[in-house]
Write a protein that binds this ligand. Sequence first.
Ligand code: PLP
Length: 434
Amino acid sequence: MSYSWYPTWIDRKNRYSRTDNVFFDPQKFATIGVGIGLPNIVQKSTFSFRNVKDGADRFLGQSQSGEKPFARIYTRLGNPTTEHLEKLLFRLDCQHIIDAALAADEKKPTIGTLVFSSGMGAISCTTYALVKSGDTIISGGVYGCTDSFFRSLAKFGVSVKFINITDLCKVKEALAEASNPAMIFLESPDNPTLRISDISAISKLAEEYKIPLVIDNTFATPYLQQPFRLGADIVIQSLTKYINGHSTSVAGVVNGPWEFMNEHLFPVFKDHGPTASPFDSWLNTQGVQTLHVRMEQACDTAEELAKRLEKHARVERVWYPGLPSHPQHELAKKQMRRFGGMISFELKDGFEPAQKLMNYFASYTTPMELAVSLGSAISYIQHPASMTHSGIPEQDRVSRGITNGLVRLSLGLEGMENLWEAIVDGLEKAYDAK
Ligand SMILES: Cc1ncc(COP(=O)(O)O)c(C=O)c1O
């Protein structure tokens, strides 16, 4: 309603999204990642123009030679190494849209990609581009900094309504009650409780209210879940995690409708300045090449470990979308290729043994690190209540299931049996020492 780009996007949405083919061929995925190759690292802040007209054209968003005009002006606005990564990420999430556009001989771009210096840069700029004073954001349970960022917008007159977004009745209720709902924002699976939301059903509600559905797809990546095919309008990822895959850089990405990217998001990006460094973009291009292989192994490990953890006498509850005991297991099967490399669990007797288990992994001799972040070749264990989600007011945090006894694992490439052996040993020590 409040965005001039939206009505045209509705047409495209009906054409390109909610395809029956929810996943695309893993082989094709590998070809995209590896096939394009690595770019040069263009470690420059500014670029010389061919002549005055060339400079003026680029500032108008036009280039004679076909490359992204803003990638050859000044690196805050864009950079050739980052442009290469943007093309790659664009194809991973939007190949079906590109195929449809080519088949229809479309000349105008309909969807675009912008890389940021962090996942939070991508989330905050997208939000600034979408909301104004008096608006309400409807959000599911989200990463701690996304949560605190949304709350911080109160000083600009923007409110946020956090709901249990896995419950469609709550989404309908929030939409009906909110003053000027401006966007629905969700993570699926969410961080750290791994709840799954019905993206397709929620996108239909967003469409009724003519507001965009923004998905943070960091946990799944485009390899496991393709939100545009389910009806999402804007898809965000923290590249810091699975795309990089080795914990060597921080970056983020937004994919969204062209008018939004061009007329609303790019101006915010340009003036706020959350630009990825060329070297980080190069690292992330390298990360894309192995994403499918790493993701498969992380899923193998997590699927088996979740089953074993669920049977362990010291474990009270395991949250993993691949387990039949997970409340949205059936939905996860429909939306995701596999269930991902993240597990959360509660130990019997709560925080005390959980703390001992985490301290066990603080030792450099164990095959997992006591650290935040996720999606790396290295496995991590952490305590959301005191670490990643410590900024959420306690009552809200606990009501979302982020209890003091909840522990989150990100499974890497150390090998399932090595990890299991260490977890069993760590659990024994955690309870022995009581
Ligand atoms: C789901 C999710 N989204 C966004 C972010 C923020 O990403 P970044 O740390 O790259 O800013 C994180 C970070 O942990 C995350 O887990």
